[in-house]
Ligand binder design. Structure first.
Ligand code: GLN
Length: 478
């Protein structure tokens, strides 16, 4: 895997790497230890793990793929990084992303886009914003990789690259040392080539952290059911509102096949309605930029961020404007303006407040269809045998689009890719994207060995805290 990091440098999945010689000797000594003690395959000891570049590390720079943080190295490690290191993992490098997590194709990066390679003659989108982590996993540059998922940034790249991408329930994994995009939605997620490696990484990270005020407290953690699939059959929900007209026929076919597969394994299928889904995307694109505009105010060249050249001694307004104008990319500037507008006195009632109400409706939709009550909602009950255990739907409406196509797209088109991932984010629910086969007739002819994987991403969404169940259903699908 270490060799692959250097071999695949042209994909730009990894933007900074630890010193090769020390990594090699760390791997070697880890190998010796494992041979001596026969460490089990779920151990993180000596595993190469890559970390998205918005997660703070003391040994490597943390740029969040932004010009404004191009010279930043954190004085502390994020809690998730520390936990991995304590478990014996080797943090070999940092992965490419869309600037501050804003994007769906990894094209908005100070380091240049990550690409997944080609299908036929065309370069395909790696997905975003954790595109670097997904490509690194797909090309075997690491065992697992950390990403962050605010509205789909782990699941979408997983779907586009044929890998697994897991977004745990909000608040389970510490955000301390993770550069904030939209605090109420940000989660650390995990990408891998199978469910076992993801679960092993998740188990190490799934602990309370007193440094993160939104970390789920111990008493609520103790009320989450540790439920895994037993011999009993599950009730699988098919959300009809996800069967939209822009869903590609290839993905719809793959969805049907996945449902059949679960049925063959003894689970029962049930259609459900989630009517607020149709407004979820618009609500997300009001709420996330609003939080971002406030979070990104700190990068002004005085408190944080690389100051523009030649502005010392100029009035503050000039210093700020030049620094921010030069340091932030165009998509980030667009989000800041959008967010500042929707929070302004003239717009807050029509945009921000409305979007929060939609968010509440989306949460209620999910709570209504799940059999298990949501531990975060007081007095929430559900009559036995009525609800479903998990939902199964596509991760994205299409397979990975061509890079040339998305580079010239207007922003709204890019936002549309998140239509199936944002509802679980708004509700803070666990969700995983699983790569499934597509029909033979939909495959590109003449796919060469070095070409990318051609899968569709299927998403399993569970009730809050049902993370283990979601992982187990993902295993059933593979
Ligand atoms: N594509 C979405 C956005 O741009 C999601 C990003 C994310 O999850 N970080 O906001």
């Amino acid at each position: 895997q270490l060799d692959n990091i250097f071999k695949h440098a042209s994909l730009r999945a990894v933007v900074s790497t630890a010193d090769r010689t020390s990594l090699l000797s760390a791997v070697e000594s880890a190998d010796n230890v494992s041979r001596l003690s026969e460490i089990d395959c779920r151990s993180l000891h000596g595993r190469i793990i890559l970390v998205k570049d918005n997660i703070c590390t003391t040994q490597l720079p943390t740029t969040a793929a932004s010009g404004i943080l191009k010279n930043f190295t954190s004085p502390y490690d994020a809690t998730v990084v520390k936990l991995l290191q304590d478990a014996g993992a080797l943090i070999a490098g940092k992965t490419n992303m869309d600037e501050f997590g804003m994007g769906s194709h990894n094209i908005h990066s100070y380091h240049g886009p990550t690409t997944m390679g080609r299908i036929g003659v065309e370069e395909r989108s790696a997905g975003g914003s954790s595109g670097g982590s997904a490509v690194a996993v797909a090309t075997d540059q690491c065992w697992t990789a950390l990403g962050t998922d605010t509205g789909g940034s782990v699941r979408l790249p997983a779907a586009y690259t044929g890998t697994f991408g897991f977004k745990p329930s909000y608040g389970l994994l510490s955000r301390w040392g993770v550069i904030a995009y939209a605090n109420s939605l940000d989660t650390v997620g995990i990408l891998g080539n199978d469910v076992d490696s993801i679960e092993a990484t998740f188990d190490i990270l799934n602990v309370y952290d007193s440094k993160d005020p939104t970390s789920l407290n111990l008493s609520t953690r103790s009320r989450l059911s540790p439920r895994k699939i037993s011999s009993s059959s599950l009730r699988i929900g098919i959300p009809l509102d996800y069967n939209i007209s822009t869903l590609s026929s290839t993905v719809r076919e793959a969805w049907k096949h996945s449902l059949q597969r679960l049925q063959e394994r003894g689970h029962s299928l049930h259609t459900v309605r989630l009517p607020a889904t149709q407004h979820a995307l618009s609500a997300y694109y009001v709420l996330a930029p609003a939080e971002a505009s406030s979070n990104l105010a700190r990068y002004d060249g005085v408190r944080y961020g690389s100051r523009a050249k030649g502005v010392d001694g100029t009035p503050e307004s000039v210093l700020y404007a030049k620094t921010r104008g030069e340091g932030f990319g165009s998509e980030v500037q667009r989000r800041i303006l959008l967010g500042a507008f929707s929070l302004s006195a003239q717009a807050i009632d029509n945009y921000f407040i409305q979007a929060q109400q939609v968010r509440r409706l989306v949460q209620q939709d999910f709570n209504r269809v799940f059999q298990t009550p949501n531990v975060l909602v007081d007095g929430s009950t559900h009559s036995e045998n009525e609800g479903v255990d998990v939902l199964l739907c596509p991760t994205a409406p299409t397979l990975a689009p061509q890079l040339s196509e998305v580079e010239n797209q207007d922003p709204i088109q890019a936002y549309m890719n998140d239509v199936f991932t944002v509802p679980a984010s708004l509700a803070g629910l666990p969700a995983i994207s699983v790569p499934v086969d597509i029909a033979e007739k939909d495959r590109q002819p003449k796919l060469k060995a070095e070409d990318v994987r051609e899968n569709a991403g299927m998403q399993i969404i569970g009730q809050y805290g049902d993370d283990k169940l979601v992982l187990d259903v993902a295993r059933e699908l593979t």
